[in-house]
Each structure stands twice: as structure tokens, then as C-alpha cells.
Design a protein around this ligand. Structure first.
Ligand SMILES: [Zn+2]
Length: 114
């Protein structure tokens, strides 16, 4: 596997956390399993649906053509997600953003917005 840049790691760490928070809050009854993140970013515990989504998100991120000039996925003008996944990521970000804010996890919020 090719090397992952610092920016990619940051984004993957972030999306992994957001999906995990969303899954823990929304899919409590589903069966969860650990999912490995690339680049030694650890594991996240997710249901199969969220694991599939996270895999998709990571794949898109690693293939991003705008590596150098890109500020963050949020501000990207080339939305690389397909329509269903784009709707899903918006829901995940909104839900987890709120949850993390309430928990005082401003470090994550900071990375998301800046
Ligand atoms: Zn889930």
C-alpha cells in the first residue's frame, strides 16, 4: 500500500471517529465488530453498514485528486462521494458533530471546521 500523507491521516482519523460516534448512537441494536483503519490509525467499532460506509469514505479519501490544494473535505468543490453516500456523510457529520460538541470534544470539532 502506498504511503498515506499527514492530511489523509487526519481526515481518515476524523471520519473514523465521526462514523463511530454516529453508529454508537444510532445503531445500538446492530452487531458491532472492530474495523481496522489504514496507516496505523487504530480500530473503530462499527456495525456492518457503517463499516462499509467508512471503507467507502476512506477509499475516496485516498484517491482524492486534489491532495495539495485541498483545505478539507468539507470545503471541497469536487464532491467525490456518490449521491447516497453524500447524504449519509452529511447526516453522520451533523449527528456526530452535535454529539461531540455536547461531550466537549472540541478537538474533533476543531479539526472538522478548520
Ligand atoms: Zn452503524
Amino acid at each position: 500500500m502506498e504511503a498515506i500523507t499527514r492530511q489523509q491521516k487526519k481526515d481518515i482519523r476524523l471520519i473514523g471517529k465521526f462514523v463511530e460516534v454516529y453508529c454508537a448512537g444510532k445503531h445500538r441494536v446492530a452487531e458491532h465488530a472492530p474495523v481496522d483503519l489504514p496507516g496505523e490509525l487504530g480500530t473503530r467499532t462499527l456495525c456492518p453498514d457503517c463499516a462499509a460506509f467508512l471503507h467507502y469514505a476512506i477509499t475516496r479519501r485516498l484517491k482524492c485528486p486534489l491532495e495539495v490544494e485541498k483545505p478539507t473535505c468539507k470545503h471541497c468543490r469536487t464532491h467525490c462521494y456518490a449521491k447516497p453516500q453524500l447524504a449519509q456523510v452529511k447526516e453522520i457529520m451533523a449527528y456526530s458533530g452535535r454529539t461531540l460538541m455536547l461531550r466537549g470534544r472540541l478537538d474533533y470539532i476543531w479539526h472538522y471546521f478548520f
